[in-house]
Design a protein around this ligand. Structure first.
Ligand code: CMX
Ligand code: CO
Length: 140
C-alpha cells in the first residue's frame, strides 16, 4: 500500500531560519512554499530525492497560530519531527482499507496538501505514537 516516504514533517518556530539551515547544512532546495489555512501552517517543501514511485521531501512547518496542530505540538514537545508522510496511489482507497483494520482516522476523507496533493492523517495513538499522513501526489 505504501509506495515511498513522501516526506518527513518537521515542526519549527521560524520557517525562514530552518529553510536556511537545511539549505546550508544539507544543500537541499526549496521547491514549494505555501500557507495552508485549513492545516494552520506556513510551510516549505525541500526536495531530497527522486524514486520511481515519486519524489521525497523534507516538509518544514511553522504554525500560523498557537492553537493549531503544529502550534500545540511545539508548546508541548518543542521543535522536532512532527509526522511522517507516506506516498499512496489512491488515498481514498487507502483510508478505507486502513479504517477497516480498526485504526482511527483523523480525516475520514482527503484534504488539500502541499503542491496539490490529496492528504489524510491517521491518529498517532493507533500508530504507535507516530502521526501518519497518507499522500496522493497531484496528477499532472
Ligand atoms: N505525533 C505524535 N503524537 C502526537 C502528535 C504528533 N505530531 N501531536 C499530538 N500527539 C499526541 C499528544 O502527545 C497527546 O498525547 P497524550 O494524550 O498522551 O498527551 C495526544 O496526541 C493529543 O494531543 P493534543 O496536544 O491534545 O492535540 P489534539 O488531540 O488536539 O491534536 C492531532 C492531535 C494529532 C489529532 C492533531 O495534531 C491533528 O489533527 N493533526 C493532523 C493535522 C496536522 O498535523 N496538520 C499539520 C501538517 C499539515 C501537512 O503535513 O501538510
Ligand atoms: Co505533511
Amino acid at each position: 500500500m505504501l509506495l515511498r516516504i513522501d516526506h518527513v514533517g518537521i515542526a519549527c518556530h521560524n520557517l525562514e531560519e530552518k529553510i536556511e539551515f537545511y539549505e546550508t547544512t544539507f544543500g537541499l532546495t526549496v521547491v514549494s512554499r505555501e500557507v495552508n489555512e485549513e492545516q494552520g501552517v506556513r510551510e516549505a517543501m525541500l526536495h531530497v530525492a527522486d524514486a520511481p514511485s515519486g519524489a521525497s521531501y523534507v516538509q518544514l512547518l511553522e504554525p500560523l497560530h498557537p492553537d493549531t496542530a503544529v502550534g500545540k505540538f511545539l508548546a508541548k514537545r518543542g521543535e522536532g519531527v512532527h509526522h511522517i508522510g507516506y506516498g499512496v496511489a489512491d488515498v481514498t482507497q487507502a483510508l478505507q482499507d486502513i479504517a477497516a483494520k480498526g485504526i482511527k482516522l483523523i480525516d475520514e476523507r482527503p484534504r488539500h496538501g502541499s503542491m496539490g496533493a490529496s492528504i489524510a492523517f491517521l491518529h498517532p495513538k493507533d500508530v504507535g505514537g507516530v502521526l501518519t499522513e497518507l499522500v496522493e501526489t497531484a496528477r499532472h
